[in-house]
Design a protein around this ligand. Structure first.
Ligand code: CTP
Length: 398
């Protein structure tokens, strides 16, 4: 999601510098081009060799090395974003007052891109008035200061001052600086996950859906600039972006109510949830006790959320359904497309090896109302989500 973005990572002397190794690794994994600049004190905590290996680039530690002068102006102009993590109290004070006695500070003073800092220090230092004043100065310069976390500190004390986790830094920079705007102004609703239909207070009928596909679609829509509402059944998945409106439901009828409350305001609806087709007619109020006789549970049909959306949709609304078939896949998928009045149906086949509910990969075929058929071979659910969102972009932006 950071493909081609140029990120400069600044590291200062703090025990939290070990997290910058993970940060660099995650940035590279997300597709960014990464360069690293360090203060002399940072080298006591992490080795430039590790960072140059992970970033696949030379690490800048000195303003001048042997007979070579490091061009800090070039570095500061090269980057799309400069992130200083961890930011120590000492470097913070120097940045606030325009000091320039190392390469990181020289790059900071000549950077033309946005600057994000992730402070790390002990709680007493974090709460000191001079730290607060210095941070306020950075903010007045237009820099962004990430929140510190609460927890165990290098001193052994528990308090505020831990550096933000690398995963949070990545999600913050992605959503704050690198969102596209191809779906800006559009509202999108995504259903995800299984539903749980209660039998009694401790038992339910559910299914193996992990919600991974729906979460990936919600994130891909968000990264294209849409305002996203994710309505999910029970799942252990974590959504990457705080800006996505996430609503948790349990049963098919709760999911139906949430969707119907929002659907008229939406431009896009993606219905990837594995909604129960049947629910328990009369769930027991108390736990059902074991008896010798057989136990019969009466099931009644749930309301079909996708069909309801399809039947009430306005011409500007685009809806996408999912189908999971084990036989007559194409015929059944096309039947679903027509019956539920969807614009697209994404067919998952359980026959594809490596694809399925719990895994990170999937293989799908997408059918459109206008007769298009597009197969996407086995790849990550995140990559498939991007393909689906590309199709959405092409359709809503014509
Ligand atoms: N769906 C829904 N509400 C339901 C059941 C299904 O919104 N109560 C949606 C799913 O989110 C998915 C699509 O409908 O997008 C396909 O669901 P599926 O259960 O496979 O379809 P059915 O209509 O139940 O058809 P069948 O049982 O014949 O497979």
């Amino acid at each position: 999601m950071l493909t081609g973005k140029k990120i400069l990572v600044g590291i200062t002397g703090s025990i939290a510098a070990y997290k910058s190794i993970i940060l660099v690794r995650l940035l590279v994994k997300a597709g960014a081009e990464v360069r690293v600049v360090m203060t002399p004190a940072a080298k006591d905590f992490v080795s430039p060799l590790v960072l140059s290996t992970l970033s696949k680039n030379k690490v800048y530690c000195e303003l001048a090395e042997a007979d070579e002068w490091s061009n800090h102006v070039e570095l500061g102009r090269w980057a799309d974003l400069f992130i200083i993590a961890p930011l120590s109290c000492n470097t913070l004070a120097k940045m606030a007052h325009g000091f320039c006695d190392n390469i990181l500070l020289a790059v900071y003073l000549s950077a033309t891109c946005s600057v994000v800092v992730a402070p790390a220090m002990d709680e007493d230092m974090w709460k000191h008035p001079s730290t607060k004043q210095n941070l306020a100065k950075l903010i007045s310069f237009g820099n962004t200061v990430m929140e510190v976390n609460h927890g165990e500190l290098a001193s052994g004390l528990i308090g505020d001052g831990r550096m933000a986790e690398p995963e949070s830094i990545i999600q913050f920079i992605q959503s704050s600086y690198f969102r596209n705007n191809s779906l800006a102004g559009k509202k999108a609703l995504v259903t995800a996950g299984p539903t749980y239909e209660s039998i009694d207070p401790v038992r339910f009928i559910g299914n193996h859906s992990s919600a991974k596909m729906g979460f990936a679609i919600a994130e891909a829509l968000y990264m294209e600039g849409a305002e996203v509402y994710l309505i999910t059944g029970p799942s252990s998945e974590q959504i990457q972006f705080d800006g996505i409106h996430k609503m948790e439901v349990q049963s098919a009828s709760e999911m139906y109510d949430q969707v119907m409350a929002l659907f008229t305001q939406m431009d896009i609806g993606v219905f990837s949830a594995a909604v129960a087709d049947y629910t328990v007619f009369n769930p027991a109020v108390e736990k059902i006790k074991k008896k010798d006789a057989e136990l019969n549970i009466t099931l009644t049909k749930t309301k079909d959320i996708l069909a309801e959306a399809g039947n009430t949709k306005k011409p500007h609304q685009l809806i996408i359904g999912f189908a999971l078939e084990t036989e007559n896949e194409k015929v059944n998928a096309l039947d679903k497309l027509a019956r539920k009045n969807a614009d697209f149906i994404v067919l998952n086949s359980l026959r594809n090896e490596g694809a399925g509910f719990a895994g990170n990969n999937n293989a799908v075929t997408i059918f459109s109302k206008s007769g298009m058929e597009k197969s996407i071979g086995l790849k990550s659910k995140k990559a498939i989500a991007k393909d689906i969102v590309s199709l959405i972009k092409e359709t809503v932006n014509v």
